[in-house]
Write a new protein. Structure first.
Length: 202
């Protein structure tokens, strides 16, 4: 499922307020060969996914100053997305993340663009992360096969992101867009192409 497919029947309210559940967050990745796909073409990490947990690990230094005592300075923040669930063959996101290419990828080959935003107001972040596959096809006899993947921030901090749907005329405002009316066949074609590309990587 692409971001466009997920968002085509949803309305973004940038002034939305109220309680939020884990299901209200979208995490999607760019699986294109050139890593330059539009956000609408990112594939959503969703199928048979149990959790997508975001955690932060601050980097700090400590100094002792005369007559001031110890002081802590924050020098950076590392963010990690921990993804776990049950294996579902045929899902573009899982097939890509758990492909032979990504399991053994090194350096730049292991880095992919990602986006995470709130499905209610469209606010989130967009950045680059390194894919680390911790386990695949795990589980006891008779149980579901599970997987565990991490995507860790790589390089510069992610940018603030605002998902804005396309207008009915088809123009795009902001970083992302939803599928325009009459665009279903185009979306299905993109999804089919992505699945074919993933199969070639496995």
């Amino acid at each position: 499922m692409t971001v466009a497919e997920l968002m085509k029947d949803r309305t973004i309210n940038q002034d939305a307020e109220g309680e939020v559940t884990a299901d209200d967050y979208v995490f999607a990745i760019d699986i294109s060969d050139d890593k330059k796909a539009e956000v609408d073409d990112y594939v959503v990490v969703q199928e048979h996914t149990v959790s997508v947990n975001s955690s932060f690990s601050p980097d700090t230094t400590e100094s002792q100053y005369i007559r001031s005592g110890k002081s802590t300075t924050k020098t950076g923040t590392q963010e990690t997305y921990s993804i776990s669930g049950d294996r579902y063959v045929g899902d573009p996101a899982q097939d890509f993340l758990l492909s032979y290419k990504m399991i053994y990828a090194r350096g730049e080959d292991a880095r992919i663009p990602y986006v995470r935003f709130n499905i209610l107001n469209g606010k989130g972040v967009k950045g680059i992360g390194t894919v680390i596959v911790n386990s695949d096809s795990s589980g006891d006899a008779g149980s579901n096969s599970t997987f565990d993947v991490e995507i860790r921030k790589s390089g510069a901090n992610p940018q603030e992101f605002q998902y804005v749907p396309k207008t009915t005329g088809g123009s795009t405002e902001g970083e992302g867009s939803t599928e325009t009316p009459g665009g279903t066949e185009e979306t299905q074609s993109r999804t089919t192409t992505m699945k074919k590309a993933v199969k070639e990587q496995i």
